[in-house]
Design a protein around this ligand. Sequence first.
Ligand code: KIV
Ligand code: ZN
Length: 528
Amino acid sequence: MDKVQIFDTTLRDGEQSPGAALTIHEKVTIARALERLGVDIIEAGFPISSPGDLKAVQLISQEIRNCTICGLTRARKEDIDAAAEALKGAARPRIHTGLGVSESHLQYKLRMTREQALERAVWAVKYAKQFVEDVQYYAEDAGRADPLYLFQVLEAVIAAGATVVNIPDTTGYTSPQEWGALIKGIKENVRGIEKATISVHCHNDLGMATANSLAGVVNGARQIECTVNGIGERAGNTAMEETVMALRTRKDFYGVEATVDTTQIYALSRLVSELTSIPVQPNKAIVGANAFAHSSGIHQDGVLKERTTYEIINPRDIGVPDSEIILSARSGRHGLRHRLEQLGYLLTEEGQFEEIYKRFLDVADKKKTINDRDLEAIVADEMKLFKPTYTLEYLQVTCGDHAIPTATVQLRRDDGVVLCDADHGDGPVDAMYKAINRIVNVPNKLAEFSIDAISEGMDAVGKTAVRIQADWTGVEAKSLPTVFSGYGADTDIVVSAAKAYMHALNKLLWIRKEALGNGRNGNGAPTA
Ligand code: KIV
Ligand code: ZN
């Protein structure tokens, strides 16, 4: 059966989602999980964009041996040089270069004529070929381009040595019929197309990304670009889990296969959701909490009699754990480790399991029984894969209907200095965040705040998610993300809110350090 290559761009296009900023270590962790799942290509980043991105591509290139590692570039010398440098250690390196082909991109973004852009495209492929054999060319905004010009560009870049031609629907504008026809047109009209793989890269602005990608496959594309949980710019990219499961479930229709281990999908989805702090919507196809839930009596009756009456996918095929297991303090290390493994958590970091076990005992002490949701919250809290600049040592909050909400916090900085401050505010969380800000002193705005009970009952673990918007005024940091997410979990919701805020602030400080180096002022406090 013909094979469709899975090109995962979670670490590049996916990380462009607001608030999804990942540290280098988090990117490497996701790359390991992608390798375990068996994707063919990992787009590990955009090396010119920041020293942190370059380093991440470098580390992933050195460690991951079973996937092609790809770095994105614009059609510029400095970009291609940076990607070549970052990919040096890769077993199978690929440079992904390109530029726009639509009138809108040519006229407003590139300010080039068609001829100039074509010349640049050919130059970029030839230049990238000096470093690596495998060069992928993207024709940005192909979905809105004149097909005749697109064909001309593709013909020229293939003649220049492109091994893969990526056809992006950059703005998510097209419909499956149109998109399929465009791919068919490329197959039929581009001279030399048999020498290159056609790739489809679809965005989800009209909710068509997966349908368009599959229409591309039906018409001859043999590489799909996608992200875990469909995260990405604006409405996101094609979801990896949707395309992979569609190809598998409807093999009879598509007649092609993607060779990935689908039983890893569920755990990978959780991992990406936790590290990017982007929740998975409950009704999300394949990995949403309700994807295999049957609420109507008629459906439940049908599924109990025979699962396939209302289920086209066996949840086991994507690695959904069999049944809920309730743990308690008496479950011990072995019971906890076993359940974590069933839930897909492979705790490879030294000391990580012991930390989780300590937290587990702590929560079990307060809650008595611990279900999968509680466990996930504990693990998420302990899986923050970078060293915090500040840790919360002490928190005291006073509030009530006749009190001015006041918070006192004590933080320990990573150089051992202990700092204490207090403030008041509109409520306990406001007071606490103001007190923390007095110490950490990074200008930011709280953009989103939500708190959820992870499980039922008065003693439930509360999981807080926050997004903060950094104010980089005066900082030489064009490439720095501006939105950072954080989460925290605790049976005390004020502590949970404090942990979430500290997580977002520490992530901001860490990513700023990765991008700009480690600045400290005379007092040892981090500076931009
Ligand atoms: O959407 C797009 O066009 C892209 C390209 C850079 C491949 O992400
Ligand atoms: Zn894209």
